[in-house]
Design a protein around this ligand. Structure first.
Ligand SMILES: [Zn+2]
Length: 276
């Protein structure tokens, strides 16, 4: 890869998962070699949120989000909330997530999902952190929550409310989310052979609201599909994005990394101890 190319940010990768335990260091090395300067690792429950924070302390390029995924909504309670809040004080926690609604698998009952989602949206307001949103088959409910919530945003979160991660099949939904301050996470599915509709929608998104993500180990881009996904493959997502937006790889990298920097304010907690 051309060393002059702008850096890439993988804004959603589940490096906490045990599938990466054997070779996490090599994976981060390959990511660096692929030009990835920032990785955001979200939690999906308390243990993975703790682990995301640990990884952010261990690796300079790793940042964390902490939160309870809708699949695990049944674990949301007052003490979970207190610990998420405590973890969020760590300087490299830059978002609350991944949170949201998933009515496809319904691994937690929908009414508990809604309670956990609202509780964590409120927590994000209190912490003044953006949110990383998961949605599956719940877009109507989800957008209702986000529209109501976005009206309460403090000045620090206006226009940087969060990211709709890897799910924006409907252009109108994406536009609505952007209107209320969200970015859209673009991932591996834009490289799939049967994804013309998704590519058409993606090409119509405003590039200044687009983030790139792998969602590793899931959503492996073509032609690596079938293998475990990893952050270095963000290059494949970036290349396809460059084609769709008809700009250079360098423009895609520079713009999406700048967008991620605006949303996650990567350096917010390091100001006092980073003298370089
Ligand atoms: Zn995820």
């Amino acid at each position: 890869m051309n060393v002059d190319l702008a850096h890439l940010a993988d804004t959603h990768c589940h490096l906490t998962l045990s599938t990466f335990d054997q070779d996490r260091q090599q994976i981060l090395t390959r990511a660096k070699e692929a030009g990835v300067s920032h990785l955001l690792v979200p939690g999906v429950d308390l243990p993975s949120s703790r682990r995301a924070v640990e990884l952010s302390q261990q690796y300079s390029e790793v940042y964390a989000a902490v939160g309870i995924h809708p699949h695990n909504a049944k674990t949301w309670n007052q003490s979970t909330k207190e610990e998420i809040k405590e973890l969020a004080r760590s300087p490299k926690v830059v978002a609350v997530g991944e949170i949201g609604l998933d009515y496809y698998r319904n691994l937690s009952p929908p009414e508990l999902q809604r309670v956990a989602f609202q509780g964590q949206l409120d927590l994000a307001l209190e912490l003044e952190l953006p949110v990383v949103i998961h949605n599956r088959d719940a877009v109507e409910d989800l957008m209702g929550f986000l529209e109501t919530w976005s009206k309460k945003l403090p000045p620090t979160l206006i226009s940087r409310a969060g990211v709709l991660h890897a799910n924006y099949a409907d252009l109108e939904v994406a536009q609505k989310a952007i209107e209320v301050g969200f970015y859209i996470g673009v991932a591996g599915p834009i490289t799939y052979r049967n994804a013309d509709a998704l590519r058409r929608v993606t090409a119509q998104l405003p590039l200044d609201r687009v983030l790139l993500e792998t969602d590793a180990p899931y959503l492996t881009p073509h032609p690596k599909r079938g293998k475990r996904n990893e952050p270095a493959y963000i290059q494949l997502v970036a290349q396809q994005s460059a084609n769709l937006f008809q700009v250079s790889m360098n423009t895609i990298a520079a713009t999406t990394t700048q967008n991620a920097t605006e949303l996650f304010n990567w350096n917010h907690g390091n100001d006092n101890n980073d003298i370089l």
